[in-house]
Design a protein around this ligand. Structure first.
Ligand code: PDD
Length: 282
């Protein structure tokens, strides 16, 4: 099936979409992006995703090619034109097209593209079984708080996980877990204390993370925002990860060590249910 994608103001079949080889995102990864979930034909946490988009643009002195209202309209149009009720919308803004030169060009025409991806989000098998992960060194740059398209370290991490026969990888720096290749890492201690790394330049401020912390507090789960080690994670009562593309995903094995008896735990299950209810109601 051919999707209808968005390229610089036009809705076109995916095989007709074109961008320049001089685009700075292609040459320098000089672009930012967002991935927003679609559930029951509605966007999940759209406003916070746009807030983070604004922040990424600001941090890189990058312009916004169309207004917020037009961005929203683009998301709505893509859902409607592709008849998508569950899945993802990927959007990317680049600094634009200019002769190859490292410093920022003046007045380059920016590129904006977006497309849909159908994906089972509400009840994937992995949410019932949990997933297995490995740990890898975090080899990324020092501004991981900006959602740039420079994702090669993460692609290498996902490939390492695939080669190891597991689902994903968590990255480790100076003995502490930073985050997953494309998700936020959480552990549960003593069956009721939720631990996740505090926000800083070391991690992406996850939109799902933010919602989960709110829901945990409303669900009488204690939240501790602090760094944690891989050994703590291996010995935790539960572990899970969050992202727009997986919501709340139980992690039941880390580097071959079973976590919480190798089954998704009650706190993870409860938070996943709360998140789905919130996403559906919101
Ligand atoms: N990734 N950390 C990293 C490095 C990420 O790439 C992501 C999201 C997250 C979770 O953020 P959020 O809850 O806002 O989705 C954390 C998206 C899904 C992706 O690249 O496909």
């Amino acid at each position: 099936m051919t999707r209808i994608v968005y390229v610089n103001g036009n809705y076109v079949p995916e095989d007709e979409a074109k961008i320049s080889i001089f685009d700075r995102a292609f040459l320098f990864a000089d672009g930012i992006y967002e991935v927003t979930a679609v559930l029951d034909g509605k966007l999940v946490d759209y406003e916070p995703h746009m807030e983070r988009l604004h922040r990424s643009l600001r941090e890189l002195d990058m312009g916004q090619p169309i207004t917020d209202a037009e961005l929203k309209e683009m998301h709505e149009q893509l859902m409607a034109r592709n008849n998508i009720t569950e899945g993802l919308i990927y959007m990317q803004i680049t600094r634009g097209v200019a002769e190859r030169d490292f410093a920022y060009p003046e007045n380059a025409a920016q590129t904006l593209v977006a497309f849909t991806q159908v994906k089972e989000l509400s009840d994937p098998t992995t949410a019932r079984t949990g997933i297995r992960i490995i740990t890898i060194p975090d080899i990324r740059w020092h501004r991981r708080d900006i959602k740039t398209t420079g994702m090669l370290a993460q692609a290498m991490g996902k490939e390492a996980a695939k080669q190891a026969g597991v689902n994903d990888a968590w990255m480790v720096e100076e003995g502490y877990v930073t985050e997953g290749t494309s998700n936020t890492a959480f552990i549960v201690l003593d069956n009721n204390r939720l631990i996740t790394r505090p926000l800083s330049n070391a991690v992406l401020p996850g939109i799902t993370r933010r919602m989960i912390l709110k829901l945990a507090e409303s669900g009488a789960i204690t939240v501790e925002e602090r760094t944690f080690t891989i050994d703590e994670a291996k010995g935790a009562s539960e572990a899970f990860l969050t992202s727009a593309s997986s919501f709340v995903m139980p992690v039941v094995e880390i580097d071959g060590v079973k976590v919480g008896g190798g089954q998704p735990g009650p706190v993870t299950r409860k938070l996943r249910e709360m998140y789905l209810a919130e996403a559906r109601g919101g």
